[in-house]
Design a binder for this molecule. Structure first.
Ligand code: AMP
Length: 189
C-alpha cells in the first residue's frame, strides 16, 4: 500500500502533481477541496456549510472533514493506495489519519512537502483565479488562506518529521522537474 500525503501551501502545486502521481502509480486520489467544491455545486447542506468557510479562507471544523475523509476512504475498493491532497491540514487531522490507517493495518508511507516561496504562491493563485474563476482565489482570501496555512497547517512539517515520514520537495521549476524529484522519493520507499 502506497499512502502518500501531498503537502504544501495553497498554490504549491499539490493538485497538479497529484494527477501525475495517480497516473504513474495507479493509486486513488482524495482531494478534500475537490470533494467540498462538488458539494457546493450540488447545492447540498454540506456544500452550504463548506462555502461559508471556504469563502472566508478558513478551515472547516476537524470533525466534519475527518468524517468526509473516512467515508471517501471506505468507498475505495481493491485500492493500491491513496494520495491525500489537502488533508491533513491540522495536527488533529494528522492524528485522525494515522489512527484511521492503523485501524486498516496501514500507515502513511511518505509526506511530500512542496516548498514554494510566498511571492510565487501569490502570483500563481491570482493567475489561477483569473483562469479558473475559483471564488477563493482572490487577493483578499488568498492572504487569509496563507495566514491559516502558517498558523494551523505548517506545524505538520515538524509533526511528520517526528513521525519519520517527511520529504522536502523543491516546488519551484518545471512541472516535469518537480515530478521527477517526487518520483525519485516515492521509488525509494
Ligand atoms: P483546497 O482546494 O485544498 O485549497 O481547499 C479549499 C478550501 O477547502 C480550504 O481553503 C478550506 O476552506 C477547505 N478545506 C479543504 N481541505 C480541508 C481540510 N483538510 N480541513 C479543513 N478545511 C479544508
Amino acid at each position: 500500500m502506497l499512502n502518500i500525503v501531498i503537502f504544501g501551501a495553497p498554490g504549491s502545486g499539490k493538485g497538479t502533481q497529484s494527477e501525475r502521481i495517480v497516473a504513474k502509480y495507479g493509486i486513488n486520489h482524495i482531494s478534500t477541496g475537490d470533494v467540498l467544491r462538488a458539494q457546493i455545486k450540488a447545492g447540498t447542506e454540506l456544500g452550504k456549510t463548506a462555502k461559508s468557510y471556504i469563502d472566508q479562507g478558513q478551515l472547516l471544523p476537524d470533525e466534519l472533514i475527518i468524517d468526509i475523509l473516512a467515508s471517501t476512504l471506505d468507498s475505495f475498493q481493491e485500492s493500491k493506495g491513496v494520495i491525500f491532497d489537502g488533508f491533513p491540514r491540522t495536527i488533529a487531522q494528522a492524528e485522525a489519519l494515522k489512527k484511521m490507517l492503523a485501524e486498516r493495518g496501514q500507515e502513511v508511507s511518505i509526506m511530500l512537502d512542496l516548498d514554494v516561496p510566498e511571492d510565487e504562491l501569490m502570483t500563481r493563485l491570482i493567475k489561477r483565479g483569473q483562469e479558473s474563476g475559483r471564488a477563493d482565489d482572490n487577493e483578499e482570501t488568498i492572504k487569509k488562506r496563507l495566514v491559516v496555512y502558517h498558523s494551523q497547517t505548517s506545524p505538520l512539517i515538524d509533526w511528520y518529521k517526528n513521525d519519520g515520514k517527511y520529504q522536502h520537495i523543491n516546488g519551484l521549476g518545471s512541472m516535469e522537474g518537480i515530478f521527477a524529484e517526487i518520483a525519485e522519493a516515492i521509488d525509494k520507499i
